[in-house]
Design a protein around this ligand. Structure first.
Ligand SMILES: *Cc1c(COP(=O)(O)O)cnc(C)c1O
Length: 380
């Protein structure tokens, strides 16, 4: 089956008892066993649930992977991956990661004896140079948040392979429509299904997809032992969203490129970060490893923080909100919103300046999005 057909059908056959075309929401905690020591593949919903299983199979198929494991949030999915490690282990991590991921690593996991080194992973040799004898995981985020930096996954996967260290990729911004990290040699791919995969700002969820049976068994064990699972209803809503993933992503990509070009040409905008622009420092890598550039971009206004504030308070169609990847266009100010926890000096050093604005371009009419930004930029 090709990708678009997988979005609609993978993991979901008509219900055998009724023919229902949409899989039922198996809203149940437990399952009656036919006899002692026998089950029908399900015993307790923390361990497995038919609706969640359909979602796990769908996501595995979309990533061209073998196994999917779903969680209550993207952060719970990251947590499950980190539970593969133990005290004393070291992780090499992309420096421009989602704010919540850095907060979890630095403010929770360091207290459990894990160590982290942040590197600019856009150059694979930075990753290689940070490897220590205790390094047990390389964690990438590409495209990254909020600077939309692109990592050459195949190059870093080779570094990992040579050193015997697994490579995980947070692929939330790209989705399997545009980037499939497992095909490029990564060992794990992770998503916040809250974003493009469910696509309508209707839930919080996460997933990991892997190929290796031993890795899958361990993640499944962690999932059932800890229980940070998504509800059957949320799994069902995610499956509904996924049915149009290919259609939505195409529009996010088309409008994303158009808005990026509009902003790049605007006098009030100093710089635009979008992998589809020739001016993007990793445009060549993006062109090679991705089949589309998606709807995420960030830009720096010439007027710094006051201009950023005026822009965000002046938009009408674009929604001032701390999320991304939905049908609505959303605008964020990383310095005061997603990255407020990062000390100012460190933020600036990493390029997350006060004038940086992040945009998640939705699927409204692109003329309307452009006009809204144009009228708001007039005031900056
Ligand atoms: C949102 C997000 C997360 C965290 O996911 P939640 O579903 O909010 O827990 C992790 N990584 C990236 C890139 C994200 O955008």
């Amino acid at each position: 089956m090709n990708f678009d057909s997988k979005c609609v059908h993978a993991g979901q056959a008509p219900d055998p008892t009724t023919g229902a075309i949409i899989p039922p929401i198996y809203q149940t905690a437990t399952y009656v066993l036919p006899a002692v020591g026998k089950d029908r593949g399900f015993d307790y919903t923390r361990s497995s649930n038919p609706t969640r299983q359909a979602l796990e199979e769908n996501l595995a198929a979309l990533e061209n992977g073998r196994y999917g494991v779903c969680y209550a949030s993207g952060m719970a999915a990251v947590d499950a991956v980190m539970k593969l490690l133990k005290s004393g282990d070291h992780v090499v991590c992309s420096d421009d990661v989602y704010g919540g991921v850095a907060r979890y690593f630095n403010q929770v996991l360091t207290a459990y004896g894990l160590e982290f080194t942040y590197v600019d992973s856009t150059e694979a040799h930075h990753v290689a140079n940070a490897i220590r004898p205790q390094t047990r995981l390389i964690w990438l985020e590409t495209p990254s948040n909020p600077l939309i930096k692109i990592t050459d996954i195949a190059a870093v996967a080779k570094v990992g392979k040579d050193a015997g260290i697994p490579v995980g990729v947070d692929s939330t911004f790209a989705t399997p429509m545009f980037l499939r990290p497992l095909e490029l040699g990564a060992d794990l791919v992770m998503h916040s299904t809250t974003k493009y995969l469910s696509g309508h700002n209707q839930l919080i969820g996460g997933a990991v997809v892997v190929n290796q049976p031993a890795l899958y068994e361990r993640l499944k064990f962690i999932q059932k032992t800890i229980g940070a699972v998504n509800s059957p209803f949320d799994a069902w809503l995610t499956l509904l969203g996924l049915k149009t993933l290919h259609l939505r992503m195409l529009r996010h990509h088309q409008s994303g490129l158009r808005i990026a070009q509009f902003l790049e040409a605007h006098s009030k905008v100093a710089r635009v970060h979008y992998p589809g622009l020739a001016s993007h420092p990793q445009h060549a890598i993006a062109k090679r490893e991705m089949s589309g550039y998606g709807g995420m971009l960030s830009c720096e206004l010439t007027g710094g923080i006051p201009a950023g504030k005026r822009l965000m308070n002046s938009v009408q169609l674009c929604q001032l909100a701390e999320s991304l990847g939905s049908v609505e266009t959303m605008i964020t100010h990383p310095a005061t919103m997603t990255h407020a926890d990062v000390p100012t000096k460190e933020r600036n050093a990493r390029g997350v300046t006060d004038g940086l604005v992040r945009l998640s371009v939705g699927v409204e009419d692109a003329d309307d999005i452009e006009q809204d930004l144009a009228q708001a930029l007039e005031k900056c």
